[in-house]
Ligand binder design. Structure first.
Ligand code: ATP
Ligand code: SKM
Ligand code: MG
Length: 171
């Protein structure tokens, strides 16, 4: 089935689902945030602090396009990656994309409890976090919505749900 890119706002579950989907398909799993950290030898939060967002976005895009993908793989992406340069079009022309869509409230509650720091959130919490996500998601939604399929992620999604959505593309 070639490359499957999981896209969506930070905290929607791309890394978690990427692992499950790759196990279900017996495909390799690639997490582009992890690729970034491996290549730079730095945690993303530290890279942001040292180099700023612009350099992060340039390198993030290069890593997307220069990674040597196997023929089949599940690839989870950084939450902002589809929204810069032509990254979303690039993914659509090199594989299938799945937008894991979740409400701002659910995203906020997952992000508040998550262990990995997300530098874009700058430590926001509570209603301030929900408001920030609503506004950022409104900017990003046009990019995410270019995905091949949209997986409503307020239900507990399974790999089979995603595979079913992808199977409808060939009909
Ligand atoms: N289906 C789910 N139900 C409840 N919590 C979940 C679910 N999937 C993921 N989570 C939790 O939500 C948080 C974010 O998940 P994950 O890291 O997979 O998101 P992500 O989309 O990869 O985020 P990022 O864009 O920052 O990499 C984690 O704490 C994870 O345990
Ligand atoms: O939504 C974003 O802009 C980000 C999401 C994460 O996956 C990381 O790629 C980084 O923290 C930036
Ligand atoms: Mg992730």
């Amino acid at each position: 089935m070639s490359l499957i890119f999981l896209v969506g706002f930070m905290g929607c579950g791309k890394t978690t689902m990427g692992r499950k989907l790759s196990a279900a398909l017996d495909y390799p799993f690639i997490d582009l945030d992890h690729q970034f950290e491996e290549q730079t030898g730095m945690r993303i939060a530290d890279y942001f602090a040292a180099h700023g967002e612009e350099e992060f976005r340039n390198l993030e895009s290069r890593i997307l396009k220069e990674t040597e993908y196997p023929e089949n793989a599940v690839v989870s992406t950084g939450g902002g990656l589809p929204c810069f340069f032509d990254n979303m079009d690039w993914m659509n022309s090199h594989g299938k994309t799945v937008y894991m869509k979740l409400t701002p409230k659910m995203l906020a509650s997952r992000l508040e409890n998550a262990k990995t720091p997300r530098p874009v959130l700058q430590g926001k919490k509570g209603q301030e976090l929900v408001d920030f996500i609503e506004s950022k998601l409104a900017d990003r939604e046009p990019f995410y919505s270019k995905a091949s399929v949209i997986a409503q992620s307020y239900v507990d999604l399974t790999p089979e749900n995603i595979l079913y959505l992808l199977s409808t593309l060939n009909k």
